[in-house]
Ligand binder design. Sequence first.
Ligand SMILES: [Zn+2]
Length: 64
Amino acid sequence: MIQQNMKSENTLCVCPECKNTVDLSRYPNLAPGMVIECNHCGMTLLVKEIVNDQVKTEIVDEGK
Ligand SMILES: [Zn+2]
């Protein structure tokens, strides 16, 4: 029995800013287009795509 989710337990997201692994447990339905926040540096990241359990993100410029 294989459970089909948007992301697997092994999905990994490395923050492009601080290079730490972002805690994705807060985002159970992670999908491209979603905005997440790095739990290490607080950077806002836009999910571009999820490839082979690797989440590709882009830093969101909040335009201060
Ligand atoms: Zn970070």
